[in-house]
Design a binder for this molecule. Structure first.
Ligand SMILES: Nc1ncnc2c1ncn2[C@@H]1O[C@H](COP(=O)(O)OP(=O)(O)OP(=O)(O)O)[C@@H](O)[C@H]1O
Ligand SMILES: [Mg+2]
Length: 306
């Protein structure tokens, strides 16, 4: 590099320093030669270089922060994968049984065109269903840049409930679903909204771990004061509730009451990330809770602006 630099017609090299460390340098060629550059000009150039160093440092810090946030979100997302995998295993049992039956019967019924035609169609549907489920899980687990697509909020809610049903059944928790028929669609990041909903649903189930309970999930149209129509997603549990002292802190990073001794150890990042994601969607997240009675979370999401 030194040899390469030596061949360039450079008169002035200004270091970009940050906290005493060289992070870059600017090479300048003067038309009039170094000797002729007045020292105030050099001082000005050095001051400008310092500003550039600060800006570069801020950019690098921001990039670091962005990467840490992405990693944090991904780690959080992987926490709900265990539950999703349980739901997946259960969901593919039926189509697999139907495929197996077809394969077992096919040799003796190979001349029965009606049977072969009908069952080939059913088996193809089953294979497509398994493929869709696999894709759904891969999309969720894989790291992704935020991507807004045109989505039906009811469909995202249903897809989450589908995956947690097995866990709820195993814990004796009843799920009640009440979805508004004509919800406005929204530009949403499907995987991120799923991450938020799964966080809230798993929290609700954790809060009901010492007794059986009911998890109510409702969607409604919300008319805002300015006339805009939003979607409201309500997740209500009959769990142990949150004390008013803790209620002020549940969205704080690393705030958790699920310590190693409890059934589930928590990171305390679930709600922090949920809050961030909803804010990035220009939405709102609210909570109401009564100790010993239960907790309700509301997520309000804007719809398309035409
Ligand atoms: N539905 C709920 N009922 C009762 N307490 C809740 C509920 N949702 C959240 N909390 C409280 O808020 C705390 C923070 O929740 P958050 O999802 O951020 O972290 P966590 O669930 O403890 O950990 P992780 O999400 O990593 O498993 C929980 O530890 C719990 O005390
Ligand atoms: Mg949580």
């Amino acid at each position: 590099m030194g040899a390469q630099l030596a061949t360039l017609p450079i008169n002035l090299a200004i270091p970009l320093l940050n906290r005493g460390q060289l992070i870059a340098f600017v090479l300048l060629q003067s038309r009039i030669g170094t000797a002729a550059i007045p020292s105030p000009t050099i001082e000005l150039l050095v001051a400008m270089a310092q500003n550039a160093a600060n800006a570069l440092d801020s950019f690098l810090l921001y990039e670091d922060l962005r990467q840490s946030q992405a990693l944090m979100r991904r780690t959080d997302r992987l926490r709900s994968l265990e539950t999703i995998a349980g739901g997946f295993a259960h969901e593919i049992r039926n189509p697999l049984t139907s495929i197996k039956t077809f394969i077992q019967l096919a040799p003796e019924r190979k001349n029965d065109n009606h049977f072969i035609g009908e069952f080939s169609r059913i088996v193809l549907d089953d294979v497509n269903r398994i493929e869709r489920l696999i894709q759904e899980i891969l999309d969720y687990a894989r790291y992704m840049e935020p991507r807004l697509t045109d989505e039906d909020p009811n469909e995202i809610v249903s897809s989450c409930l589908y995956f947690i049903q097995v866990k709820a059944d195993s814990r004796g928790i009843k799920i009640e679903k009440d979805l508004a028929p004509e919800l406005p669609r929204g530009m949403l990041d499907r995987q991120q909204i799923k991450q938020v909903l799964l966080n809230l649903l798993l929290n609700a189930m954790d809060a009901m771990s010492d007794k059986t309970g009911t998890l109510r999930v409702r969607t409604t149209k919300l008319q805002k004061a300015d006339g805009e129509v939003w979607t409201q997603i309500e997740i209500e549990d009959t769990g142990h509730g949150i004390s008013s002292e803790n209620l002020d802190h549940i969205f704080d990073p690393f705030f958790t009451t699920k310590h190693a001794s409890a059934v589930n150890e928590g990171t305390g990042l679930g709600l922090t990330i949920a809050h961030q994601i909803i804010r990035e969607h220009r939405g709102e997240i609210q909570v109401q809770s009564t100790e010993g009675v239960g907790t309700t979370f509301h997520i309000n999401l804007p719809s398309h602006r035409s």
